[in-house]
Design a protein around this ligand. Structure first.
Ligand SMILES: [Zn+2]
Length: 135
């Protein structure tokens, strides 16, 4: 590997996040390249000094603020917000589809009801009869 390829992997190498083969290549390169070895040493010193810092405890209100911010910015809109976000043409299309579905359901329900339990054309007759149920 060239030096620029090693430099791109140094942070991951210091954090032991490289695959074994890549980590071995970086280690081999560092044995022979003073410049990259110094860069790795600098990164290791930064990591060590960051690890030496005391832990920062989150304020109690952070989670509440974070949740509120999440809800405001990332939650899916409710039905009312979705409806308000639609253009007038899309509202008309949605209304038409819903109306067509209701009419189809009403027509199918009416036609099944009008067949009656003794009608030979009733497709549900056999099902009802097998269960001992008559509509
Ligand atoms: Zn190098």
């Amino acid at each position: 590997m060239q030096c620029f390829e090693i430099r791109k992997r140094l942070n991951a190498w210091v954090d032991n996040e490289l695959p074994l083969h890549d980590a071995e290549e970086v280690a081999c390169h560092l044995k022979n390249c003073l410049s990259c070895r110094l860069a790795a040493k600098d990164i290791q010193e930064i990591v060590d000094s960051m690890d030496a810092l005391p832990a920062i405890h989150a304020p109690v209100t952070l989670s509440r603020k974070t949740l509120r911010s999440f809800r405001v910015n990332f939650e899916k809109p409710g039905m009312a917000e979705w409806w308000q976000g639609l253009s007038l043409a899309m509202r008309g299309a949605v209304f038409g589809v819903v109306l067509a579905g209701l009419l189809c359901g009403a027509m199918l329900g009416t036609s099944i009801y009008s067949l009656g339990p003794d009608s030979q054309a009733n497709p549900y007759r056999a099902v009802y009869a097998s269960k001992g149920i008559l509509p």
